[in-house]
Design a protein around this ligand. Structure first.
Ligand code: MNH
Length: 491
């Protein structure tokens, strides 16, 4: 296997000048903080249960490795200072480099392909670009609605929303349809991608076992077989575009293949194009699908929130031709947007990001961590977003309560900066944020307009972790709304 994916993180000592941080109870001398009797497939949720009372910064050790987590908003705000800190790759992310190398998400900021891809692809995420995606987003929503109208059994919410978001990113950015709504089985692209992502996460755990280095080779080969399914499909999309003799920069793929940097004239080489196609196909659908799924879960279990959202949707869409939102209508769906913001507070679907200082520095003065903490360029911290978003000093005592009005403009203004970070921070923050928010508000509005949702009373929220968070086994029964449940006359 090439050296390339073995990013510098593996060699970062993370010694923090010999300082120890609070850790969960029950540490064992050799194994460290591996939880006893907890599900090894859900490390993030385990850490939420065990670490929320450990203060703004804490650590977990696994064998001889340690991960330092930040959950305090004040400390996170400091780590978000771009003049002192930058992104680094958490182990689970650096493991993805064996699949996508220096693609936009997995690149180190000082690798030339990060700035190049960032600058070349930016035009695909401006407001004028969003306007051009809007009709496609509505078309894909039509297909989901049709599917749910026909459903005679509870629908698989995350599965169907994954169809929707994959189809949306495929059509808007690559002019490629996966035909996700035309077949019942899961797309091989999706299943292969999930296998690769899961491997990225588990690889770390395997490597930490005493025999891990021997076992990991086989697991790597299996994951690479999955990855080659993805690569072949992507190479097909690229070859088709090149053969079509279509050299317009009309979508993201066009920009990747045909644009040159305005200052340097540099272009993405073919390997960088493939890595970025895979990056955007994956990053562009998985997290949005999770966000929509969690939002529907909260709507289905909070009838008052749902009626308020439906009242807004009915009022806004009453003024739209055919009840289909125009581009401008999306910005008027303020409450729907708050529902989404609040869903991403409690379950940020990309649940962590890693920061490291640009130069040796001291953090934590006045942040309630005791003596200030020395942090060298060999140290890194993982910002634990579900815990950051439950910092009681910022969100109050009732942090678990689902309340979209936490995102009323005046409430947002009252909160300190950097206390809500579902899209990451700084120059490495999510490039697809506007894309995701536009798509998600549009889809939620259209679903709320058409259906009432009944939660299955026997279902309790379970969450799978595969780098991203996603409700597991969550089904809903969509019922067509009747005129009496629609609060404003539409048509
Ligand atoms: Mn997205 C980076 C969350 C939707 C493409 N994304 C990030 C980061 C977070 C994130 C957090 C920063 C990670 C880090 O610091 O290591 N992203 C989300 C969430 C959603 C989302 C919660 C949906 C909801 N992301 C999207 C969509 C696209 C996309 C949609 C593409 C169309 N995201 C990216 C890319 C990056 C990124 C590409 C890496 C950007 C960079 O490093 O320059």
């Amino acid at each position: 296997m090439s050296e390339e994916w073995r990013g510098p993180i593996a060699t970062m000592r993370n010694g923090w000048g010999g300082r120890d941080f609070p850790h969960p109870a029950g540490r064992r001398r050799l194994l460290g903080d591996l939880p006893q009797g907890m599900d090894p497939r859900t490390p993030l949720q385990n850490s939420m249960a065990r670490c929320r009372d450990l203060g703004p910064i804490f650590e977990m050790r696994f064998l001889n490795r340690r991960i330092v987590f930040v959950q305090g908003a004040a400390l996170n705000a400091e780590l978000c200072d771009e003049s002192r800190f930058g992104k680094t790759l958490a182990p689970a992310v650096s493991n993805l480099r064996m699949f996508v190398g220096d693609g936009l998400f997995t690149a180190y900021t000082d690798e030339p392909n990060w700035a190049l891809a960032h600058d070349l692809l930016r035009p695909a995420f401006t407001k004028p670009a969003m306007v051009t995606y809007h009709d496609t987003m509505n078309e894909v929503a039509d297909e989901l609605i049709e599917r749910w109208e026909r459903a005679d059994a509870p629908v698989d919410v995350s599965g169907d929303l994954t169809r929707l978001t994959l189809e949306t990113i495929g059509r808007t950015s690559f002019s490629h349809s996966f035909g996700s709504f035309e077949r019942e089985e899961q797309d091989v692209f999706v299943s292969s991608m999930i296998r690769a992502l899961t491997h990225g996460m588990r690889r770390q755990a395997i490597m930490m076992m005493p025999w891990g280095r021997w076992v990991v080779g086989r697991a790597d080969r299996r994951a690479q077989a999955a990855q080659s399914v993805v690569d072949d499909m992507v190479d097909g999309i690229i070859a088709d575009r090149l053969a079509a003799d279509d050299n317009h920069e009309r979508d993201l793929l066009g920009l990747m293949l045909h644009s040159a940097h305005q200052d340097t004239g540099a272009r993405l080489d073919p390997l960088a194009v493939r890595r970025n196609v895979v990056t955007f196909l994956v990053a562009g659908h998985e997290t949005t699908s999770g966000a929509l799924s969690f939002a529907l879960w909260f709507l289905a279990t909070h009838p008052q929130v749902r009626s308020r959202a439906q009242a807004e949707v009915d009022a806004v869409l009453a003024g739209e031709v055919g009840g289909i939102p125009s581009y401008a209508a999306i910005a008027r769906l303020r409450y729907v947007r708050r529902v989404l913001d609040e869903a991403l507070r409690l379950w940020p679907t990309a649940p962590a990001y890693a920061r490291t200082p640009l130069r040796d520095t001291v953090i934590g003065e006045g942040a309630g961590v005791g003596a200030p903490i020395t942090m060298t360029t060999d140290d890194w911290a993982l910002i634990h977003l579900p815990l950051l978003h439950r910092d009681r000093s910022v969100w109050g005592e009732d942090v678990e309560r689902f309340d979209p009005d936490r995102f009323l403009p005046e409430a947002v203004r009252r909160r300190p900066a950097h206390s809500y970070k579902p899209f990451g921070t700084g120059e490495r923050a999510c490039i697809g944020r506007q894309f995701a928010l536009h798509e998600a508000v549009l889809v939620l509005a259209r679903l709320l307009h058409r259906f009432d949702f009944e939660a299955d009373p026997g279902y309790e929220l379970r969450i799978t972790e595969r780098l991203t968070l996603m409700p597991e086994g969550f089904t809903l029964t969509p019922r067509l709304r009747t005129p009496s449940t629609v609060s404003t006359i539409d048509q």
